[in-house]
Structures are given as C-alpha cells and as structure tokens.
Design a protein around this ligand. Structure first.
Ligand code: GLN
Length: 451
C-alpha cells in the first residue's frame, strides 16, 4: 500500500462516518495528499515510525496556515502563522496531518458539548458523549478515521475521552512535551499527549513529540529515553499501589470490577499490589477549579478582538472588546473567566487561590509518599463509562465531579495513561496507570504487558 493509498483511506473513512461522529472541524486533504505523493516518489520508508502515517490534531494546537479554532466562535477564522513545536516534530518525521479535531471550547469540559461548532458522538454509542475535552481526538481514533491523534490534558482531557472511547491516551509528565503553540488554558497544568489504538503506537508518537524546547520556559531539560524499548511484556516484581479513594464511593461497581480483574491479570504476570491512600485527593476537584479558572482568566485576556480571530463591529474600543468577547465565548468559558477573575481579585486571593495552591502541594506530597515504595499507581480512569449526550450539561458540578480520578495527576504534575480495560454494559472502561515524574517508560511497560 502506498502512502497516497493510506491517506486516501483515511479521508474515505472520514467521508463515510464523520457525518455522524463529527470529530473533524477542518480537513487538510489537498496538502496531505501532496505530502503523501512526495513520500511515494521518494519511495523509501525511513526508520521513522511516523513516516507517512495519518495523524489528527486537536484544534487547540496551532498549525501554520491551517485553521485553528479551539472550537470557539471567537477563533472561527483564525489561521496561525506558525506551527507548534509538536507539529514541527511530527513534520520532521514525515507524519501526515489529516485535519483538526473537535474539542470543548478552549479545552473546558468533559463531553465535547461545550464546542462552539458541533457535538462529537461516541463511536460505541452515538447517543453518548465521547468525553472531553479531547473528544474529537479519541473518537477519530476509535472510529478508524486516523491511526494517531494529539490531544491535550489539563485535568483529564486525554485520559477521560480515551477511556470513554476505548483507546489509549497518555498525559505526559509536566514539562516532558513542549507547550509552545498549544493555546494556553491553565499553563501550570496543560500537557499535549498522544491518543492511539495501541500502547506501541502511543509510545512512538510520544517519542516523536517529547523533548526540551527553548521556546517553552517550563519545558524540562531531561533526556528522553527510548519508550519502545520498554515494550517487553516483562513486569515481574513490579510494585503496584491501588489508592482506596479510587475504588471508593461514587465509583460504579462495574468499573471497580473491571479494575479488579485487571489487577488480577497484572498479578498473574508477576506484579504485586497493595492498597494505599491518597488522602488529599478528595480536595483535588475544588482546588483544580480555582487554579485552572484563575490561570484561564489571565490566559484568555489575549482574545480581545484585536490580535486574533473574529472582531465584532462597535463604535469604540471598549465596546468592541465587550461585544467580541460576549459574542465569541460560550457559557462555560465565561463561567470560568468570571470564577477565575473573582478568585484572583484583591481580598479574595489568600482565601481561594493561595489556599488552592497549598492544597495542590499536599496532593503532590501524597503521590511522592506512595512513590517511595511503589513503581506505579493503578485505578480506574473515570468513575463511570460514557454518559448520555445532554445528561450532565445543565449541571456543571456533576460534570466537574466526573474528573475526580484524573485531576489529582495534573495537580501533581506526574504522568498517567488510560488503556482499555474491558466493557461495562457494552461501553469501554479505562485503566489508569500513574507513574513517577519522567518515568513514562514504566507506565508503557505496564500498559503494554497488560494490553
Ligand atoms: N474537564 C476538565 C475541565 O473542564 C479538564 C479539561 C482538560 O483537561 N482540558 O477543566
């Protein structure tokens, strides 16, 4: 099969199913086919695992000349002037960008229902959400439209949709992957990561996008190991911690069962597991919504109708700002900006933002303590399988509570993967494997042995 055939297959599948799934916002067909043809003419398949592979990109990662909307009406016409570092890296390996994928507006949400354009559907059940915010990325891989996708994860946005759609999603250690060109939501939490069908593919895309970047001051200057070298199947002697908070109240009993079954399989492969506690994780959602909303309120100030995207008509500058932002942002984005602005305002800073940062430190210490004795932490990715479209959208607090098992990981800055772990009532469940900082290798080793 030629690269042109492969890329054509991807677009053929999109034309067959995306009318229903609605994962893609923008296609890159002409350019993708031009690139595939060039690779066919070169006639070599170099030793780069992504060479000629069809890849979908979440629409908050900037792509030169290719519309990048963050699923916001405010950026409906925005064509970036440069590529994000991760896009450069994919192009260096001759990966082929198929198009841009739907998400919750500015990555705020857990269902894709907050997109300013369309609601992506879960390929397993079209009445259900694909998860979010990287719902388009997870659905496109699950529906066989692309083999690889990039998502971003601030509080669970790679792992939760991966879990809901039955695919593999990795949230790297904070600083492992450059955020240059990722439209910022909460800068101290955001990470780009790979969503794929298999753990092996995941390790390849992760390899391609990792590494220090001088354009991102929070990017870590640490060596990137060969992730694929961990795919040995050998986990003899691996020490697993299972937090009791992750199998407690509020977690669907059928989800618990699927995790217990997974733990037995890991045990049969030579690993051991013990129950531990992450006592401060119960405060994670509350702390997250203060920290993430505060950072978002500052980051989204740049969308003023002057520098990027759509500009509303008005008589004077202040009116123009107001009208652009009132018309351009959706309800959830406005809710977060107001919450964040309030939490950062003088007189409230100590009570909310500072307190939340203190809680964040306690949560990080919970993880550090467990990792003194154990190699990985294992639990479910989400408390329930994919919920119905419309089920939670009118109740933000219930929606926020869905991220209770993924958010502590972002606050601590550690890496975690979600791998498929059986079906619950015909819907995929996800096993979350959390690792030590910069030890994605052990996560891949565990996930691959389990898979
Ligand atoms: N669902 C969470 C939120 O709405 C996480 C989103 C994300 O990870 N980008 O903030």
């Amino acid at each position: 099969i030629s690269f042109t055939d492969l890329v054509n297959e991807s677009y053929k599948r999109i034309s067959e199913v995306d009318g229903e799934i609605k994962a893609f916002l923008t296609l890159n067909q002409e350019e993708a086919l031009r690139e595939a043809k060039a690779l066919d003419e070169k006639g070599v398949s170099e030793d780069a695992p992504l060479y000629g592979m069809p890849i979908g990109i979440k629409d908050n990662i900037v792509t030169k000349g290719l519309r990048t909307t963050c699923s916001s009406q405010l950026l409906a016409n925005f064509e970036p002037m440069h590529d994000a570092t991760v896009i450069h890296k994919i192009k260096d390996q001759q990966g082929i960008i198929i198009g841009k994928l739907n998400m919750d507006e500015f990555a705020m949400g857990s269902s894709n229902e907050n997109s300013g354009f369309q609601v992506t559907r879960n390929p397993w059940d079209l009445d259900r959400v694909p998860g979010g915010s990287s719902g388009g990325s997870a659905a496109s891989v699950a529906a066989g439209e692309v083999l690889f996708a990039l998502g971003s994860d601030t509080g669970g946005s790679i792992r939760q949709p991966a879990s809901f759609c039955g695919v593999v999603g990795m949230k790297p250690t904070y600083g492992r992957v450059s955020r240059f060109g990722l439209v910022a939501f909460a800068s101290s939490l955001d990470q780009i990561g790979p969503i794929t069908r298999t753990v092996e593919d995941n390790a390849y895309l992760m390899q391609a996008i990792s590494g220090h970047d001088k354009y991102d001051s929070t990017s870590a200057n640490v060596d990137v190991p060969d992730f694929a070298s961990n795919l040995t199947g050998d986990i003899k002697g691996l020490k697993i911690a299972v937090p009791k908070e992750y199998l407690g109240e509020g977690v669907d009993p059928a989800i618990k069962d699927s995790v217990i079954t997974a733990l037995k399989q890991l045990e049969a492969l030579g690993a051991t597991w013990e129950e531990v506690s992450l006592p401060y994780s119960k405060y994670a959602v509350a702390a997250y919504y203060i920290i993430a909303s505060s950072e978002a309120s500052a980051n989204l100030a740049r969308f003023d109708g002057v520098r990027y995207g759509v500009r509303a008509e008005a008589d004077n500058l202040l009116e123009m700002y107001k009208k652009t932002r009132s018309e351009g942002f959706g309800d959830e984005v406005k809710r977060r900006i107001m919450l964040g602005t309030f939490a950062l305002s003088s007189g409230y800073y100590d009570a909310y933002y500072k307190k939340a940062q203190q809680v964040r430190t306690l949560i990080k210490q919970d993880f550090e303590k467990v990792f003194e004795k154990y190699d990985v932490i294992v639990g479910p990715t989400t408390p329930t399988p994919a919920f119905k479209i419309g089920e939670k959208i009118d109740d933000p607090l219930t929606m926020y509570a869905n991220d209770i098992l993924t958010i502590p990981v972002n606050l601590a800055g550690v890496p975690a993967i979600s791998v498929p772990c059986g079906l619950v009532n015909g819907l995929p469940a996800g096993l979350q494997i959390i690792g030590k900082p910069f030890d994605e290798g052990t996560i891949y080793r565990t996930a691959h042995a389990y898979e």
